[in-house]
Write a protein that binds this ligand. Sequence first.
Ligand code: SAM
Length: 277
Amino acid sequence: MRRRPQLIPWKAAGRITEEQGSADEVVQATGWVFNNETGDTLTLAEFVATGDSEVAIYIDRFGLGDGEEDQCRLVEIGCGIGRMTCAFTRRFGTVIACDLDAGFLERCREAVARFGKVDRLRTVEVGDGRSLQLPDDSADVAFSYITLQHCDRDDALALVAEALRVVRPGGQIALNFRSWSGLDPLVLPIGAVVRALFRAPGVGPWLTRKRLATRLAWQANRLDPHQVIGPIQGRLSDVVVWRNPARDAPLWGVKHATAEPFEFINRNHWWLVARVA
Ligand SMILES: C[S@@+](CC[C@H](N)C(=O)[O-])C[C@H]1O[C@@H](n2cnc3c(N)ncnc32)[C@H](O)[C@@H]1O
């Protein structure tokens, strides 16, 4: 399979994680890729703590798992090195952590072994960036945070379809997207150029250590609620679009969806939280 450009920055970051001697060093070298914090003194413990608090906030506000999470199976699409996965394994009976990069998945297992419940973890490599090697109706919840914005637009929509396929009827999806904002008409083309640079021999690993380059390279798509929900709304119920209160424009092109404000959400992000009909 020809490796597609939008996958390369992540693969390059994955190679870097494999070169580090410990997960703490991984966090210092590339942890900012996941939570935007930098520092030579960062530790895996602090990194995982950021995921712990976010997981608690999202599970509770979105009402995921119906209070019986330890009986539930959650699929996390784009787990990275396990920042949130640790907390998921403490709450959900089974967590299937999926990521494009096998190096991240290895570090994710290491993080969960230290800070979560590793006996509850399974990992799945998303080799083609768009399909989950999981059976139909095999999960109760599909969750994805700061991942679908980094995929090629068609891959992001394919992963949404995969979330619907693997979650059983009556189960829930909680998927995070990024909408268009002011500088995007500039940022997205620059991102495409930087992604192309990642393909030059020897340049990718160097660029991966550069925060600005990586942040630009991963800007792959912007999707608004009607583009995601429109084609699948017949397959969903209890559809809620969660946004920052600053984003209060009416939802158009989406029938039967409720818009809910939540100040914790990044101004440019939105979440689709719904049940599979
Ligand atoms: C910004 S990180 C977020 C990780 C994690 N959700 C967190 O909040 O710490 C995005 C992750 O998505 C993964 N990713 C990017 N494109 C993907 C794709 N097409 N399929 C699966 N994972 C993907 C990357 O490898 C990376 O680990």
